[in-house]
Design a protein around this ligand. Structure first.
Ligand code: SF4
Length: 272
């Protein structure tokens, strides 16, 4: 058992469901999906974001990813050796009724897989949340751990794969197995969302699949700053992923992120 870096409460790694980890949506009784059919069944019958988050957070349907996320949670990166690791799937983060939905990829092994919250505890998240703060979409510029007080009324961050994959590469089978979780999330979010922001070309394809019935022909192509109309009341904005490499090489700059999230807030009616 190691102490949570903020609350000081001791936890096993991975964290047992309902054991008091900040923001843990599950209880020891939350049903676990053990294969693709159970993911589809549980996701299909879910009618609230709270319930969906709980179900996702205990999913064990992809044997390779379960083994990897739990192995990383035990071996840990040296710099985090004194911390407990979440080591479970990472549900979406943010408002249950967001105007803006941000589509990422999969959790980072020593970031969200450690902290239990999307984009929290890694360099990509540092850039993303700082930009969201400058755009007035979250209440603080940093996202360090799941008990740091970060809050939003306006956005939700989602991902097509909820477990950290080896080499950041989930297989096609794993992507397909996880897809019903995001389908269910979008079913619940779509009535509120006015803007989708896709972080990178792959997330762009995921967003087009989420909103498939509204996608025009020919399909809009990804580009940084491209805005696609999906029906009359939804826009999709492309944004380079705020990866360490993109930020380090200057392909993506803080000013470019400010432009994207400023436009998203404007289109979503959150800013005049
Ligand atoms: S990747 Fe998705 S479907 Fe696979 S174990 Fe994780 S949460 Fe479950």
């Amino acid at each position: 058992m190691l102490d949570h870096p903020r609350t000081g409460q001791p936890f096993e790694s991975p964290v047992p469901p309902g054991s008091g980890w900040p923001g843990d949506p599950a209880t020891p009784a939350t049903p676990q999906a053990l294969d693709a059919a159970q993911v589809a069944q549980l996701a299909g019958q879910t009618n609230s974001i709270e319930e969906l988050d709980a179900l996702i957070s205990v999913c064990r349907a992809c044997p390779r990813l379960v083994a990897w996320r739990e192995d990383v949670a035990v071996t840990k990166r040296k710099s985090f050796a004194d911390q407990p690791y979440w080591g479970r799937p990472v549900p979406g983060w943010g408002s249950a009724t967001p105007r803006i939905v941000i589509v990422g990829l999969a959790p980072a092994a020593n970031g969200a897989n450690r902290t239990g919250r999307m984009f929290t505890g890694d360099r990509s998240g540092d850039q993303l949340y700082a930009a969201l703060y400058r755009a007035g979409l979250v209440n603080q510029p940093t996202s360090v751990d799941a008990a740091d007080g970060l809050h939003t009324n306006d956005i939700r961050i989602v991902a097509p794969v909820r477990c950290a994959p080896p080499d950041n590469k989930p297989t096609t089978v794993e992507r397909n197995t996880c897809a019903p979780w995001l389908d269910a999330e979008w079913r619940l979010l779509a009535p509120h969302a006015r803007v989708l922001v896709a972080l990178g070309g792959f997330a762009w394809q995921v967003a087009l699949r989420m909103a498939a019935e509204r996608v025009p022909k020919p399909k809009p192509k990804f580009g940084h700053g491209v805005v696609a109309e999906l029906g009359t009341d939804l826009r999709l904005i492309g944004c380079y992923h705020p990866s360490q490499q993109n930020m380090f090489t200057g392909r993506l700059t803080p000013a470019m992120l400010d432009d994207i999230f400023g436009r998203a807030a404007l289109i979503a009616g959150l800013r005049d």
